[in-house]
Design a protein. Structure first.
Length: 200
């Protein structure tokens, strides 16, 4: 399938997962996430949007004491994660990040390869939605794609865009280079932690 095909619906992603055309999948826990989980308090609620088949990350949060809600709109990806995780306490569910009601707010929202799968015209809404879903003082954490891509998706972000998109709702409190990216993202990912400020 061409990357330029419409990636805004589940059909695109179902086909990619079903045919194992998933070069973005990291078959391990990112080192930056491992470090974060070691240094953070246990407990709290975390949302993982666009979780795909990233069952290792889901389990890592659960093992660190977090109440996990992992969502995607690809039934194929969700089925694989559920199969791998087996008897899992958290929620792995088909949901719309922009529209679904998750009840209580979250302490963390974890980002990796979700923002870069969304067309840039929706990035402002993404930031607003994350802010809505987080409790005051909660954090958007994860790995962000800063680079170039001639045939998106993935859609790279730059520092100016990030400041414009997130600055209204968040304060950047950590920014680290990622050293264990998959080949397609090598040298172009950063671990960032954005603290939710008062809604404006």
């Amino acid at each position: 399938m061409k990357k330029s095909a419409d990636s805004s619906g589940p059909a695109f992603w179902n086909q990619r997962y079903a045919s194992a055309e998933t070069p973005w999948v990291l078959q391990r826990i990112p080192a930056t996430l491992r470090s974060f989980l070691k240094g953070t308090r246990t407990g709290g609620r975390v949302l993982i949007p666009g979780c795909g088949t990233d069952h290792g990350v889901i389990k890592a949060f659960a093992d660190a004491g977090f109440e996990v809600t992992a969502i995607d709109f690809s039934p194929v990806a969700l089925a694989e994660s559920k199969k791998e995780l087996g008897n899992f306490d958290g929620k792995i569910m088909r949901a719309d990040f922009f529209k679904s009601d998750f009840g209580r707010r979250f302490d963390l929202v974890y980002e990796r390869t979700f923002l870069c799968a969304i067309h840039p015209r929706r990035w402002s809404r993404y930031a607003q939605r994350v802010a809505e879903l987080l409790r005051p003082g909660g954090n958007l954490i994860g790995i962000f794609f800063y680079g170039t891509e001639p045939d998106p998706p993935p859609y790279p972000i730059n520092k100016t865009q990030a400041k414009e998109i997130f600055g209204k709702y968040f304060r950047l409190i950590r920014d680290l280079k990622v050293s264990d990216s998959v080949p397609m993202f090598a040298g172009m990912e950063r671990w960032q932690e954005w603290e939710r400020s008062a809604m404006k």
